[in-house]
Write a protein that binds this ligand. Sequence first.
Ligand SMILES: Nc1ncnc2c1ncn2[C@@H]1O[C@H](COP(=O)(O)OP(=O)(O)O)[C@@H](O)[C@H]1O
Ligand SMILES: CC(=O)N[C@@H](CCC(=O)OP(=O)(O)O)C(=O)O
Length: 306
Amino acid sequence: MPAAVGGPVAVAGRPAVEPPRPAQLRGRTVVIKFGGNAMGDDALQQAFARDVVELWHAGLRPVVVHGGGPQISRMLDRLGLEVRFEAGLRVTTPEAMDVVRMVLTGRVQRELVGAINAHGPFAVGMSGEDAHTMTAVRRTARVDGRPVDIGLVGDIVAVDPETVRALLDQGRIPVVSPVARGADGQVYNVNADLAASALAVALGAERLVVLTDVEGLYADWPHSTEVIERLTAAELDELLPGLASGMLPKMEGCLRAVRSGVGRADVLDGRVPHAVLNGILAEKSPGTTVVPDDGPHTPGDEEDGA
Ligand SMILES: Nc1ncnc2c1ncn2[C@@H]1O[C@H](COP(=O)(O)OP(=O)(O)O)[C@@H](O)[C@H]1O
Ligand SMILES: CC(=O)N[C@@H](CCC(=O)OP(=O)(O)O)C(=O)O
């Protein structure tokens, strides 16, 4: 596969995107989390796939970590199994774990890989289990300050990024499902936002981009939809205990990422077509940007670890 060639990103029929410093972004790794909500919409999935390929053409090294929560819930429902979340994490029985693995790696990932590969032989799907890429330990949820057993849910404790890095070096676009292996051989269900964050850290990624089904982090949800445009890690740390449902692991992932070397994390509205392209190439992203306490690490400041 030819080496990526950087250049302005022209997208016919769409508002012009002003790439701020494409030369500085060239060769940089960007981890993008694509959530299950956006995946349910064919047009959005196709637009996402095109964006990812365009980033590749612009010379970036995109890695996709996908979710699939709604798809798992629907399948559990069809099978007559319970659907329940605690603090934004699915309560995962051994039977549910089988379904999680089958739906994420066997179905949702195949569809996304197919959408990207409509543009060429780019995407290679893999699970966090593969080649010990993600190792997890069982975690509990905290509800009202108390630990709650949520079954086979994992927290990632180690990432070996070599397989993902090798794919990037071959000019591929890795598409990773958030399933991890425990050191004990047990398979764990990992929240996709936290999996994306852990992989971004291990790859020394420039950016973590999390797509969701709202405009960003709302300051006073559910009473208002005023989006917080930018916050530092310390500011987010203070807000975190007050966050609810799916926003909690998402923002926890952003915090972990910027506290561990990722230059910046953006939460963007995945319902907006081409959110990824606009979010990454525009100077100011339309959603919520989380920066390290000492400000964003901009491309060119230091060597990318990837
Ligand atoms: N402060 C907040 N700001 C925005 N959304 C919030 C907030 N707190 C909770 N939410 C909820 O979190 C949801 C996003 O999380 P989730 O459903 O897990 O998304 P995804 O499938 O994209 O990972 C929003 O749709 C909203 O209902
Ligand atoms: C532990 C846990 O909650 N895992 C998630 C994994 C998928 C996911 O995170 O998907 P979205 O990004 O689409 O929500 C789940 O079972 O739903």
